[in-house]
Design a protein around this ligand. Structure first.
Ligand code: M6R
Length: 590
């Protein structure tokens, strides 16, 4: 969702701010803006639309000494030039950009209005700007003003703040991500490391409820009125590479990185003889009476396989959608272990769950692709996916990595070495799908006109079907649902019309015949059936097959098929594949 870029120093601020926003635009946004300080004066430009539109309206300035920029994903107030960030206070003493949500903004606005403040936007952010100005004029000290405002604001915020009469760039942070980058030509801040990668080699994670300021050569970190020491982090280039190479879309590149990502997982967690997970993590899983997964979207669908894997270990296990559990937490299990799965590590609903879990002193393992993210930092144990930056809004390689990680953890808990052999076969099966992607492209061409589509499967295939349907709906805008084969006759079959595409996933010999029967029932009611089987279950009338792997890993191969299918349907329809409408890569508001 929203993205922040800022800095103080001697750099080309125009290209840093606009270039930085471009690297964050994969998160999803509807307006963009920037402000820079030059010759002691603040200049402000903002617009609804794309970063390219901002680029067009921003003059070719040089010699700025500091700047802030933002991409906004509207929450309070429609997308408009006025509601775009940066926002400024009534007397223009404060300019700021903000990620997060001010939950008590109505009450604060009423109070500020009573004190004479007027508002020009519908945003919650303008409240912070006016509060900061009010406190700054009162206390005559920017740190004291920020400290006071932190106590007044309920909700989440990462803010980059310019006081119009001060040469430092200030910040404050709670719950929303913010990193400080230290470079040779200046110091910087951003929602993640990617915009700063070319300028910085060292990063500082900004602590919860802390604040501070940067200049070209200095930085100060504060919390509760005291200076605090930085928590340095290193970001590897591979975690931040923002380049689609020769690929037309990030999504295609990321699907095809699947095998490499799984190999990298093995490199990081298997030494050729045994798994190298922290023994405390394995103990923690083994000792838990109930393993509770929490996640959203694609990560939630990956967690459903985790539940099955835990059942294989003889454990009680269930998975909850984080946005539900956050409001209806359930702590009835005697000795629970929570496993939180998140590509970004910044999903607000999951952060809310983790806070509740931590407040109750319970153990949690984060499985995430983002080192240093909020969920990574606040977990009892964290496991990195090493999948590399995932830019396309549609999660692809991260799903493969999440499921593989869960399979590896399960193997480590049951000390079965054949787990690794199975994962190596999984890599080959994905490579085979990649080599035969043109066949999937041909299938996709038959579905471009569909209004609705259905994925059906049994067993692990029914879990793969969930993720395939999510992929298709989010990037092709075709209404897609998934069902366990046996459920069709209990209602959904009423939806079948002549020509409705139904994609049947058939990977498991136990249920293959039953699923094929279900598909025939749909065919006789007019559905266009596409059967995606496996090499050993292949029937010559089937439309595609994937190589044989263990049924518990077959879901990953079928999902790679679903990723390609969705990609090609969207390509044929000429849709914005990497940035589908209304969606954001990281959902950082609840
Ligand atoms: O970063 P997370 O894994 O926590 O994100 C969760 C969902 O927002 C995400 O998986 C979403 O469903 C995907 N964009 C779907 O492709």
């Amino acid at each position: 969702m929203c993205g922040i870029v800022g800095g103080a120093g001697k750099v080309d601020f125009r290209s840093y701010l606009i270039g930085g926003l471009k690297t964050l635009d994969y998160r999803g946004y509807d307006s963009a803006g920037l402000a820079y300080r030059k010759d002691g004066k603040v200049n402000l430009f903002k617009t609804v639309g794309k970063v390219e539109d901002l680029d067009n309206i921003t003059p070719k300035f040089t010699d700025a000494t500091m700047g802030i920029a933002h991409t906004r994903w509207a929450t309070h107030g429609e997308p408009s030039d006025t509601n775009a960030h940066p926002h400024f206070s009534m007397h223009r003493k404060v300019y700021l950009v903000h990620n997060g949500v001010v939950e008590n903004f109505r009450a604060l606005r009423t109070k500020l209005k009573f004190n004479g403040y007027e508002f020009v936007t519908q945003t919650d952010t303008e409240v912070i700007a006016n509060l900061l100005e009010e406190q700054y004029l009162l206390l005559k000290d920017p740190f004291k003003a920020i400290e006071k405002v932190i106590t007044m604001v309920e909700g989440s915020f990462a803010c980059a703040i310019m006081f119009s009469d001060l040469p430092e760039l200030y910040f404050m942070k709670r719950q929303s991500p913010l990193l400080i980058g230290l470079g040779k030509d200046g110091n910087f801040m951003a929602s993640d490391a990617v915009p700063m990668m070319k300028l910085c080699d060292k990063f500082i994670e900004v602590e919860e409820d802390s604040y501070g300021c940067i200049t070209q050569n200095t930085y100060v970190l504060m919390k509760n009125g005291q200076e605090i020491q930085p928590n340095f982090v290193v970001r590897k280039a591979e975690e931040c590479t923002f380049d689609k190479g020769d690929y037309p879309h990030f999504m295609l590149k990321e699907i095809e990185e699947g095998p490499k990502v799984i190999k990298r997982l093995l490199d990081n967690y298997y030494d050729g003889t045994s798994f190298t997970f922290d023994p405390k993590i394995i103990e923690c899983i083994k000792e838990a009476d109930d393993v509770v997964f929490l996640a959203c979207g694609t990560s939630y669908y990956a967690s459903l396989l985790g539940v099955e894997f835990m059942h294989y270990l003889g454990k009680r296990s269930e998975s909850y959608i984080a946005s539900e559990w956050a409001y209806y937490p359930n702590l009835t299990a005697k000795n629970p272990l929570f496993i939180l799965i998140s590509q970004s590590g910044e999903t607000a609903d999951l952060i809310a769950c983790q806070k509740y879990i931590n407040d109750n002193g319970l153990p949690n393992i984060a499985i995430t692709n983002t080192r240093g993210s909020t969920i990574y930092r606040n977990a009892t144990f964290a496991l990195l996916l090493y999948a590399g930056l995932e830019v396309a809004v549609a999660a692809t390689k991260s799903y493969n990595a999440q499921v593989t990680m869960l399979a590896m953890l399960t193997s480590a808990c049951s000390s079965t070495e054949h787990g690794v052999r199975n994962i190596r076969k999984l890599i080959e099966a994905i490579e085979d799908v990649i080599n035969r992607k043109d066949e999937i492209h041909e299938l996709a061409k038959k579905m471009t006109q569909a209004k609705d589509a259905f994925f059906v499967g049994r067993g692990y295939d029914s879990l793969a079907a969930l993720e395939c349907a999510l992929k298709l709906k989010e990037i092709s805008y075709i209404h897609a649902e998934s069902y366990a084969g046996g459920e069709l006759k209990h209602g959904p079959i009423a939806l079948i019309e002549k020509g409705t595409p139904v994609i049947g996933l058939v990977s498991d010999s136990i249920s293959a015949a039953a699923l094929r029967n279900n598909l025939e029932e749909l065919r006789s009611r007019g559905a266009d059936i596409y059967v995606i089987s496996t090499e050993s279950l292949f029937d010559k009338k089937d439309d595609f097959y994937t190589k044989d792997v263990k049924p518990y890993l077959a879901a990953v191969v079928k999902v790679v098929f679903g990723q390609y299918l969705s990609y090609y349907v969207s390509l044929e329809k000429g849709l914005p594949i990497d940035k589908p409408r209304n969606l954001a890569k990281s959902v950082t508001v609840q």
